[in-house]
Ligand binder design. Structure first.
Ligand SMILES: Cc1cc2nc3c(=O)[nH]c(=O)nc-3n(C[C@H](O)[C@H](O)[C@H](O)COP(=O)(O)O)c2cc1C
Length: 187
């Protein structure tokens, strides 16, 4: 059986990306260990609706459950996706502040050299955000801002969300690529 994937949803805008990533991971046959921050619950409610993510995850952990299995490096997981990732959670991960289950599980991915992908969303970016992104990147994490692939000419927000979620899952490198690729164009 495949090891599970940790999916964390934090309080940045873009909750639909977390939901779509969960659907894609489930379609790939990965069990999902889900953690949603308090602010993530709020953005899910505001942006996606009250019952988003219910039924998709194999296990859902409270964000303060720092004794959960995923808080330990001894528990095998394929990787971790934080989608969307707030600047607060990004900063906590960048500085090893493992004070909740999301920051701790991400800390574990970095110390165990496992895939960690952060769909970090804010605009514009201040120096603290940029420094956090640099720190995570230096530690081996991947910062993947939710930027539309305009070259694919998306026709809807749903298509943009789908493409970003696919790129985020692909960045874990735990399955063959899902995202549409540039084909060289017409010229
Ligand atoms: C509707 C809404 C949208 C938000 N969007 C963002 C955002 O895009 N990026 C960000 O860093 N914070 C955003 N925030 C603020 C975070 O939710 C806030 O900093 C929170 O403390 C993050 O906590 P967490 O990292 O535990 O989820 C938003 C808050 C709300 C209510």
């Amino acid at each position: 059986m495949k090891p599970p994937v940790i999916l964390a949803v934090t309080g940045a805008s873009g909750a639909a990306i977390g939901l779509r990533a969960a659907e894609l991971l489930a379609e790939l046959g990965f069990a999902i260990e889900l953690v949603v921050s308090a602010a993530g619950e709020r953005t899910l409610l505001e942006e996606v609706g009250p019952h988003a993510l219910s039924g998709i995850a194999a296990r859902r952990h409270a964000v303060d459950a720092v004794g959960a299995a995923i808080a330990s490096g001894s528990y095998p997981v394929a990787g971790m996706l934080v989608a969307p990732c707030s600047m607060r959670s990004l900063a906590a991960i960048a500085h090893g502040l493992a004070d909740n289950l999301i920051a701790r599980a991400a800390d574990v991915q970095l110390k165990e050299r496992r895939p960690l992908v952060l769909v970090a969303r804010e605009a514009p970016l201040n120096l603290a955000h940029l420094r956090s992104m640099t720190a995570v990147t230096k530690m081996g994490g991947i910062v993947l801002p939710p930027v539309p692939a305009f070259y694919l000419k998306p026709r809807s927000v749903a298509e943009i969300v789908d493409q970003i979620a696919r790129r985020a899952v692909d960045a874990l490198k735990i399955a063959p690529p899902l995202a549409a690729a540039w084909d060289g164009g017409a010229h």
